[in-house]
Design a protein around this ligand. Structure first.
Ligand SMILES: NC(=O)c1ccc[n+]([C@@H]2O[C@H](COP(=O)([O-])OP(=O)(O)OC[C@H]3O[C@@H](n4cnc5c(N)ncnc54)[C@H](O)[C@@H]3O)[C@@H](O)[C@H]2O)c1
Ligand SMILES: [Zn+2]
Length: 349
């Protein structure tokens, strides 16, 4: 798969027109959601190319990441004369870049698109790596394609209007990347001041983090092997996230990942001797910032079932990515019901 260049911007209003001048296209389109229309579009609206571009906004929220919204975007492109040489700019979080990227990749069998992630989660994860799609039939990302953006422009200034929950949600993926990378990267993530954010420093940490994902995706774009490393924290995490939706107390994706990391690092300690002191530090960090996921022993069975249904499992075994240490990854690990119950016991008590 073609690599998608990631461009570090300090001022998108200056960097975007420069980048656009390197491309030839026929018709520029901009996609926003309710919030990015209000908070992010004004930052680039003065650019002449954006002034004349056709703009469309979709409702915010993952419940709108569906075929109906996709259809409205395709209709907008079609009715406004988009052709195979047109270019779509996706200005938004992961919901928008997933949906906009998918719309672009199927419209007239594929037009080019640029991602400008406006959430931390989008920048560190969703907008990079080439996965696009929508939810379908109650299942997350059930329909979609791998389709790289022409470029991803990342500017931390957009995160200034993010609420704390969305900021922390993205930060959990940065914690995951640091764990996959090295002990020193992990230290930097654990010691960053989340109470009083220095956006310049956040930008530096973010780019380290983006590089970790970029390098893994480059080695294995289609998720046949090492890309599974990125699932660290996500086997338990997805089960917590799904259960929270079933209980009508939805938690943000990154929070579920933070709790999933605690569980999977404990499993890493049991199976591979992951350092107990580092595990304790991470548990403290996660509890301080994300609290704990509320569930009881009565929900073990359901959590187990949810893990079994995770689409990442290739056999009936539940697949995990575990760590021997920060930076020492073990993919394709499995755990049985008894081991999973032990992890949940550890998490609860
Ligand atoms: N493609 C991938 O590889 C991948 C990876 C991880 C997650 N995802 C997907 O990403 C989505 C989650 O991403 P997300 O958390 O960015 O969700 P999101 O796009 O729904 O954004 C969260 C909220 O923040 C608002 N928002 C966006 N930018 C803002 C800004 N700058 N200021 C204020 N508010 C702003 C949005 O309108 C929304 O209400 C999920 O759909 C998930 O499936 C995809
Ligand atoms: Zn994730």
């Amino acid at each position: 798969m073609i690599q998608q260049p990631i461009i570090r911007c300090s001022n998108t209003a200056k960097d975007l027109p420069q980048f656009l001048q390197t491309l030839s296209y026929d018709g520029l389109f901009v996609l926003t959601d309710d919030n990015t229309k209000q908070f992010c579009l004004p930052c680039i609206e003065a650019i002449p190319e954006i002034q004349t571009a056709k703009k469309f906004h979709i409702p915010a929220g993952d419940e709108h990441k569906n075929l109906q919204t996709l259809s409205s975007v395709l209709e907008f492109l079609s009715q406004n004369g988009a052709n195979r040489k047109s270019l779509l700019i996706n200005l938004g979080g992961g919901m928008l870049t997933d949906l906009g990227g998918f719309a672009a990749s199927v419209f007239k069998r594929g037009i080019r698109f640029i991602n400008i992630p406006t959430t931390l989660l989008g920048a560190v994860d969703a907008a990079i790596g080439g996965k696009t799609g929508v939810n379908f039939n109650g299942l997350k990302n059930e329909i979609g394609v791998f389709a790289p953006a022409v470029a991803v422009l990342i500017d931390s200034n957009f995160f200034r209007t993010l609420d704390r929950t969305n900021l922390l949600s993205g930060y959990a993926e940065m914690l995951k990347h640091a764990l996959l990378d090295s002990p020193s990267a992990l230290n930097r993530i654990l010691h960053f001041n989340l109470e009083n954010i220095d956006y310049q420093q956040l930008n530096d940490l973010l780019f380290e983090s983006v590089l970790v994902k970029e390098q893994i995706v480059e080695k294995d774009p289609a998720e046949q092997g090492i890309r599974k490393a990125l699932n660290l924290g996500h086997t338990f995490g997805h089960a917590f996230e799904s259960l929270s939706h079933e209980l009508k107390r939805p938690v943000p994706h990154g929070y579920a990942v933070a709790w999933g990391l605690v569980c999977e690092l404990f499993l890493s300690f049991v199976k591979f001797g992951f350092d107990k002191k580092i595990l304790s530090k991470i548990i403290y960090f996660v509890k301080e910032n994300y609290g704990v996921f509320p569930f009881s022993c009565n929900q073990y069975e359901r959590l187990y079932e949810l893990m079994q249904h995770d689409k990442k499992n290739e056999t009936e075994n539940i697949n995990f990515t575990l760590l021997r240490a920060a930076g020492e990854v073990e993919i394709n690990q499995t755990a049985d019901r008894k081991e999973i119950d032990e992890v949940l016991d550890f998490y609860l008590f």
